[in-house]
Design a protein around this ligand. Structure first.
Ligand SMILES: [Fe+2]
Ligand SMILES: [Fe+2]
Length: 394
């Protein structure tokens, strides 16, 4: 197997690093690129730096599924100063590549390469590939090398760190996996979430992937619109927008499952199946989704948020004593932007009314619609409507 080695601090890894690795693989006949993060003493980290473990985590999350890339942590394990000559010898000993490995250097590093410790040994044990980073043309390099004619992606880890710190536009300069870690752990002084028990971005991503894989594209489009409106309404009413998004994106994730599966899943919440649910098992997609969320995502270090489960469970017909998030999901499900025939007054109210005013109006509207279609309505929903009207009249 032919190997190329690409070292760097990866603090954090950005798309320029991985694009360069991909370019080397496409330009020559190497089978794999080994990414070697350099050690930086934790005592010397600048205030916004990430630890070796965090840099590793970001790299690992960034290359998921790509078997052409390898991450080797030999320099992190060695700690202190590592010399490239030692790293190459170590990699050759362990990986046993076919022929010499390549060492990929940016032209910024190549300028001072002759000053590196045992530079002669390096060029004997590796083929040097010089990649353009600064579009320089007359770079002196007193050893044999191959010039890679790569496109220059003009970003650096320092620039990314700066943008994170200044709340700038950095999110799509790093691979998605790295972005999730930066946001969830507050790396590089990214501000941590305002709500203490807020679900992590990693959880949102996992749940969204599950919802997307379980539902049709049109159902997912609806779910995403519900998620966005839920998150907006949460912001308006002082609740956690991330929980709103999570409730919205997951509420219909079981909608496409067969009736038998819905019945089997819903039963696992221990609440039995009502007559109306027996008659119309599709109503169980809400309870089934709450069961699925607990079973699939509830064993994480942090329990799945109870208020999100309640919202998902009650999103079809509501329930007595339901919390604010459950009301918001109920509302958003009925009036989100892709629904065509919504009374504009309801959308107006979503910008001006109180949560209970809005909820009662949407519930009223929904019950009237179901009655016009001569659809059975659960007693719980009717009791709730009655209670909301009585509350209104005080
Ligand atoms: Fe639904
Ligand atoms: Fe829905």
């Amino acid at each position: 197997m032919k190997l190329a080695i690409l070292g760097g601090s990866f603090n954090p890894v950005h798309v320029g690093h991985l694009y360069l690795a991909d370019t080397v693989l496409a330009a020559y006949d190497y089978d794999r690129v080994i990414l070697v993060p350099t050690y930086q003493s934790p005592f010397k980290l600048c205030a916004e730096g990430a630890s070796p473990a965090e840099r590793m985590d970001m790299l690992v999350a960034s290359i998921a599924g790509d078997s052409r890339l390898v991450i080797d942590d030999c320099e992190l394990r060695r700690k202190g100063i590592s010399y490239t000559a030692d790293t190459i010898a170590d990699i050759v000993r362990r990986y046993r590549p076919t022929g010499k490995p390549a060492l990929v250097l940016g032209d910024d590093l190549a300028q001072d390469f002759h000053k590196w410790r045992r530079a002669d040994d390096i060029v004997k044990s590796a083929d040097i590939i010089i990649a353009q980073r600064h579009l320089s043309t007359d770079m002196p390099f007193p050893y044999p090398y191959t010039q890679l004619h790569n496109e220059v992606i003009n970003i650096s880890s320092a620039e990314v760190r700066e943008r994170i710190h200044n709340n700038g536009n950095w999110r799509y300069l790093v691979p998605h996996g790295a972005r999730v870690i930066i946001e969830d752990r507050g790396l590089y002084r990214f501000p941590l979430r305002a709500f203490e028990d807020s679900p992590s971005l990693a959880l949102l991503v996992r749940v969204e992937e599950a919802a997307r894989s379980l539902t049709s594209q049109s159902r997912f489009t609806h779910s995403r619109a519900v998620a966005l409106l839920c998150s907006d309404l949460c912001r308006r009413f002082g609740l956690d927008p991330r929980k709103g998004y999570l409730a919205g994106i997951s509420h219909d994730m079981c909608k496409s499952l067969p009736e038998q599966a819905l019945i089997a899943m819903a039963k696992r919440d221990g609440n039995g199946i009502s007559k109306l649910e027996q008659k119309k098992p599709s109503l169980l997609h809400a309870r089934a989704a709450a069961v699925l969320l607990v079973e699939r995502f509830g064993a994480l270090p942090v329990a799945f948020p109870e208020d999100v489960l309640e919202a998902v469970r009650l999103h079809i017909g509501g329930g007595m004593g339901m919390g604010g998030l459950a009301k918001i999901l109920f509302i958003a499900d009925k009036i989100e932007v892709t629904r065509e025939e919504i009374n504009p007054a309801l959308r107006d109210l979503s910008e001006t009314g109180s949560l209970d005013q809005l909820f009662t109006a949407v519930l009223d509207n929904n019950v009237a619609y179901l009655r016009s279609c001569q659809v059975d309505i659960s007693e719980g929903t009717l009791r709730l409507l009655d209670a909301m009207h009585k509350r209104d009249s005080f």
